[in-house]
Design a protein around this ligand. Structure first.
Ligand code: ARG
Length: 285
């Protein structure tokens, strides 16, 4: 099956406020022209192996380009995000409308529960398991509701470096059950949990420089890994596991703290768990 990814064109993208360390000192310093070229190049590359669906961008919500944060998808179910920062909360109705119009069964979490979608909740590619990052944005309060709605096991991971504030900035499940990640972004217990769950030959630990180039913020589809940049060593390592690596500069988006993965939301997430969720789609607010 060809994967489908949701992307939101950067017509209104800019760094207009600071809600993560990457944005500091970058307010109004970006170029929307360059951002648009970089975004189109990423969409074109991903479009060579998958389908890219473009949503209509809205004014006044510059971070809406980061569709990874729209929600979490599993099968035809979608858990709509509840953003921590007021600056991003205005994106919620836009994403909610898109999911409903496109046939998803949407769960709305209670208004005070922070959950930033596929920025913090990543499906493992080896087993039916959801990795959930917490410590900066999403909290663990949503775990019982997510479990009930999606019927999937959840493994929480605590993030401890504020530059890696979303799980998808420092961890990337890859086809074949591989897991590329930056160990220093996690507390010791979470690092141990990753090592206990993922066999050594499936773990790809990246170093400080690659992590700060957003190498873990990668999109993986049909055997290809798309990312801003990777060292020769990391490219070789991924190639040795059978992946094609495509690098495309996303520096304008890094000024806002995002890169390839943040700019996409995979819409085709198969249910791997035999234990289907049974919570009816409804608002539990
Ligand atoms: N400026 C955005 C924020 O701080 C960037 C979001 C990046 N998205 C992601 N999935 N990591 O929320």
């Amino acid at each position: 099956m060809t994967d489908r990814f949701l992307m939101c064109p950067p017509n209104h993208f800019e760094v207009a406020y600071v809600i993560n360390p990457w944005m500091e000192g970058n307010i109004a310093l970006g170029s929307n022209d360059i951002a648009t070229r970089q975004w189109e190049a990423l969409a074109r590359l991903i479009g060579q192996v998958a389908r890219v669906e473009r949503m209509t961008p809205a004014a006044g919500v510059p971070d809406m380009v980061f569709t990874a944060n729209a929600g979490l998808i599993l099968g035809d179910k979608c858990v709509l995000s509840r953003f921590r920062h007021p600056e991003r909360q205005a994106e919620e109705p836009h994403f909610g409308a898109w999911f409903r119009e496109n046939g998803f069964d949407v769960l709305e979490l209670p208004p005070d529960m922070v959950f930033e979608g596929a920025g913090d909740a990543l499906l493992d590619r080896g087993e039916p398991l959801l990795w959930l990052g917490h410590g900066h944005r999403s909290t663990l309060e949503c775990v019982p509701l997510l479990k009930e709605f999606l019927g999937i096991e959840i493994e929480p991971l605590r993030l401890v470096d504020e530059r890696f504030y979303h799980l998808d900035t420092c961890l990337c499940p890859l086809e074949g059950g591989y897991l590329m990640y930056y160990p220093a972004a996690f507390d010791a217990e979470s690092q141990a949990r990753i090592m206990a769950r993922v066999p050594a030959d499936r773990r790809i630990a990246v170093g400080h420089a690659d992590a700060h180039d957003f190498a873990c913020n990668a999109v993986n589809s049909a055997g290809t890994v798309f990312m801003n940049r990777a060292s020769k060593g990391l490219v070789r390592e991924l190639q040795s596991r059978g992946f094609n690596v495509k690098q495309t500069p996303l520096t304008e988006f890094m000024k806002a703290g995002g890169s390839a993965k943040c700019l996409t939301l995979k819409l085709t997430e198969d249910r791997q768990s035999p234990d289907a969720g049974n919570l009816d789609a409804r608002s539990v607010a």
